[in-house]
Design a protein around this ligand. Structure first.
Ligand code: PGA
Length: 248
């Protein structure tokens, strides 16, 4: 494992990255059982959740005191649809561990009061004491949560339109209908308010986004570059995402 000055933790395999992220989450839960976690979806996170479930089954970690807030959710999709992030989180993690589902939250774009939905989520996070550790993936276009290029640094939880690149990247999760084009997401400002951030990226398709996100200051066309302003971000990467040659 290589450690660079911007806390890039670089591993030679995807499995090793997932294990390191799961280990970090479990370590944080053990040190603060009533921790508030920010959680992410996406293919990258699936092996992380599988490892957390395994750790729970081995008695290595308990989620009984954990409160969680997911980054984002599609708008106009019922929670029971298999492509919703609520269903995804239940299927990958919540159904298999001892977390109290009443304390697992995802933003909801209630059709009646779309403008209020973001404010409500922000208030809930604040009332929980803020997010201790936020898990993040990154889009090929540099998005974090569903903050697409063009999102401003102080944005908060709000409804957004997804970009074409994101719709294409996420089509694999929807066999019966197009990917919803609207979502509700924590803003970049919400993300930067988390006390600690763990961003995970694997594969060469993320290499360009990681390069732009980790150097050169904030660029509005790469939302993840705002993370350079946060004092405690760990970048969990495989060699391909880090742009390093593969180990021989
Ligand atoms: P992925 O998505 O893990 O499916 O690549 C990451 C993201 O869009 O944040």
């Amino acid at each position: 494992m290589l450690v660079s000055s911007v806390q890039k933790l670089i591993f030679s395999t995807t499995d090793a990255v997932a294990q390191a992220v799961a280990d970090r989450i479990a370590e944080v839960i053990r040190s603060k059982p009533a921790v508030v976690l920010g959680l992410a979806t996406g293919g990258t996170m699936e092996p992380v959740y599988a490892r957390l479930v395994a750790a729970f089954q081995k008695g290595e970690v308990s989620f009984a005191g954990v409160t969680s807030f997911n980054l984002d959710e599609y708008a106009g999709l019922s929670a029971s649809h298999p492509g919703s992030y609520r269903s995804t989180m239940n299927r990958l993690l919540f159904d298999h561990v001892d977390i109290d589902k009443e304390r697992t939250f995802l933003p909801e774009a209630s059709p009646g009061a779309p403008d209020k939905a973001g404010e409500h989520y922000e208030r809930m996070i604040a009332e929980a004491g803020g997010i201790d550790l936020l898990l993040l993936g990154i889009g090929r276009n540099g998005h974090i949560g569903f903050n697409e290029p063009g999102s401003v640094e102080d944005s908060r939880t709000r409804l957004v339109e997804l970009h074409q690149d994101t719709l294409e990247a996420n089509a694999r999760f929807f066999s019966d209908q197009p990917v919803p084009a609207t979502a509700i997401t924590m803003g970049i400002g919400t993300i930067l308010s988390a006390k600690q951030i763990a961003l995970m990226a694997t594969g060469a398709s993320k290499q360009d986004a990681i390069r732009r996100a980790t150097g050169g200051g904030f660029q509005i066309d790469c939302p993840a570059s705002a993370l350079q302003k946060h004092g405690d971000v760990r970048w969990f990467l495989d060699t391909a995402a880090a742009g390093l040659p593969m180990a021989a």
